[in-house]
Design a protein around this ligand. Structure first.
Ligand SMILES: [Mg+2]
Length: 287
């Protein structure tokens, strides 16, 4: 846990505001200078770190993914990616997983931010990822080992930066998670001209050589392009994928951050925290 480094960081920062790991792209926290410390993420982080409910949901998602893998392998017309087109029936099988809050648990980083009354910064996030000590989520390792044993190639499609790839690989290897070394299976942001946090181009890239039989992530953007839209549009898009949820698409709960939250303030991380709070309050549905 990066206690010392984050403490140093927060000593120069009395801010609290938008925090987001990788899913949202670059973050401008300058304009959050008027933000007041809040405990906005306290319950969410504690839920992830302490609750039986979080354990059960995460374990269930991976158990369900495990139970569907054989079906996806047997049915050559089966694909989980909307980006997959053409004659993919005889391509070797692959699955795509996000990393943060899908395979690796960064809740110690989030917890430390709260304890230090600090905001998310790229510098703090880099320090945490350099430690390479994140643990796998419940069920993740067993599922990945099973998929690996079935000859399925595992791609990790993450919005961690290309500069973080080596530390990320180190973390995955230290946890003994399957990681092919003959091809690049860790597809980061800004690698290979993938400058967008939208993962569609990377799914397209994988789909050229592999039949993608499952997608696993904690953010709607791990499944479709278009996550960066309004809350209403996102729900409509989720309904369009009705038959895929629980069969080809497996969602890991993340109440702490993600495009679901950014949608509440038009995905504009430059907005002052006070305006973000106002926008959030405005969208509460009372009676
Ligand atoms: Mg994630």
């Amino acid at each position: 846990m990066p206690t010392t480094s984050l403490k140093n960081l927060c000593q120069i920062s009395l801010l609290a505001g938008a925090c987001c790991i990788s899913a949202c792209g670059s973050i401008d926290t300058k304009n959050n200078a008027q933000a007041q410390p809040t405990y906005e993420r306290l319950n969410a982080v504690l839920w992830m770190q302490t609750s039986a409910e979080y354990y059960a949901l995460t374990q269930s998602a991976y158990a369900q993914a495990t139970s569907m893998l054989g079906k996806g392998l047997a049915d050559k017309n089966w694909t989980a990616a909307q980006e997959q087109t053409g004659d993919y029936q005889n391509l070797p099988p692959a699955i795509i997983l996000d990393i943060d809050e899908t395979v690796l648990d960064n809740s110690p980083f989030q917890a430390q931010l709260i304890k230090d009354n600090a905001i998310f910064t790229q510098e703090a996030w880099d320090k945490w990822t350099q430690l390479a000590t994140a643990q796998p989520l419940p069920g993740a390792k067993a599922f990945l080992d099973f998929a690996d044993s079935q000859g399925v190639t595992i791609f990790y499609v993450t919005n961690r930066e290309a500069s973080q790839e080596q530390d990320t690989r180190k973390n995955l290897l230290q946890q003994n998670l399957p990681l092919r070394d003959d091809i690049d299976v860790v597809l980061t942001k800004n690698e290979n001209r993938w400058s967008s946090s939208d993962k569609g181009a990377r799914r397209t890239f994988v789909s050229k050589d592999f039949r993608i039989i499952a997608l696993i992530g904690d953010d709607f953007g791990d499944f479709v392009s278009g996550a960066k839209s309004s809350p209403e549009t996102r729900v409509e898009l989720a309904k369009n994928g009705q038959s895929a949820w629980g069969t080809k698409w497996f969602l890991i709960p993340n109440p702490v951050y993600g495009s679901w939250e950014a949608a509440l303030f038009n995905h504009d991380y430059a907005k002052p925290a006070s305006e973000v709070t106002k926008l959030k309050l405005k969208q509460l549905k009372g009676f």
